[in-house]
Write a protein that binds this ligand. Structure first.
Ligand code: AVI
Length: 317
């Protein structure tokens, strides 16, 4: 059965607007990565996940296929699975199938149509499961619907979305979800590992240009929703590995000197000036343990793939 969505759209919109303006005023200029995910952005991200160069999705899938049973043993019976930023909610199916008598599934996302659709799909697929969708930004405190008191609350955060948060934001997010799941809860976390920068570079600069389209779509969204005046063709996609910070950075780079407006804000760009639209941190074990500890979690076990490119980890508070 699907319960009504808990709608927090106004808070989400207000937060996004604040972040857009603050980021564009800052040096260096940045935009929040959540801005990517309007309906077109969500569809482009789905396409990215199937690209030959974009290894994280299929690599994580490989790990989940091999270790869903191990994760189910660690989680135990009567789990309520909460998925912040659930998107297409595909990977969770593998976990739900492996779990012993799961009680509830709570997808949380800002993409309203997709959230409604996948909630209905999962409810059909798992008729015994209470599916309770929450419309909201996964970085906000999640307003949990009522769950049975004996359910073990487990957050499922795959896809290496943790990498899109700065370390202090990741720690903050982890502290928030520790409070949501309580002392008996758990966390299944997808983490992209540090690897050869050439593999990373290819994954964020695909030959078909889908990632470029995903990045440039942000300008279309700014024009539509934030009274922007950007000329999309006057910017280009740039993505590179920043080794010192251990992260991919995605930028939109002005190809020529120009000006643009967003709401009341006037922006001028020299040729080559950029707006950073995303960071995607790549973790080694020391970085993972440090961020987890800062967020009040302990990494119990990490499962990896044949190439050692990705981790799916089990953490407890
Ligand atoms: C959602 N997130 C984990 C993706 C990533 O790899 O950081 C978003 C993405 N950006 C470009 N390609 C994919």
């Amino acid at each position: 059965m699907t319960a009504p969505l808990l709608v927090t759209t106004d808070a989400v919109d207000a937060r996004l607007r604040r972040e857009v303006i603050a980021g564009l005023k800052a040096t260096p200029r940045t935009l929040p990565a959540t801005l990517f995910y309007d309906a077109r952005g969500a569809a482009l991200f789905e396409a990215i996940c199937h690209l030959p160069e974009y290894y994280p999705t299929r690599t994580e899938q490989e790990i989940l296929s091999a270790h869903a049973g191990d994760l189910a043993d660690l989680i135990g019976p009567r789990a309520a699975i909460i998925e912040p930023g659930s998107g297409a909610a595909t990977k969770v199916r593998q976990l739900l199938r492996a779990l012993d008598n799961p009680i509830a599934y709570v997808p949380v996302d800002v993409a309203e149509e997709q959230l409604a659709r996948v909630s209905a799909e999962r409810a059909r697929e798992f008729p015994a499961l209470r599916v309770r969708a929450v419309l909201g930004d996964y970085r906000d405190a999640i307003p949990l619907p009522p769950l049975p008191g004996d359910a073990r609350r487990v957050v499922f955060f795959p896809g290496s979305t943790i990498g899109n948060l700065q370390p202090h934001e990741a720690a903050h997010f982890l502290r928030d979800i520790a409070a949501v799941v309580g002392p008996d809860g758990g966390l299944v976390l997808g983490v992209d590992r540090r690897k050869d920068p050439r593999i990373l570079h290819a994954a964020y600069n695909d030959a078909a240009g889908v990632t470029a389209d995903f990045n440039l779509n942000v300008l279309t969204r700014l024009n539509r929703e934030f009274r922007g005046t950007f000329h999309r063709a006057a910017f280009r996609h740039r993505a590179f590995f920043n080794d010192a910070e251990s992260r991919i950075e995605m930028h939109l780079e002005a190809v020529s000197p120009q000006t643009a407006r967003v709401e009341h804000l006037e922006l001028s760009f020299a040729a080559g000036a950029t707006i950073r639209t995303e960071v995607s941190y790549k973790y080694d074990r020391a970085r993972l343990d440090a961020v987890a500890a800062a967020g009040g979690w302990r990494v119990v076990e990490c499962f990896t793939d044949a190439k050692n490119w990705f981790w799916v980890c089990w953490l407890v508070p």
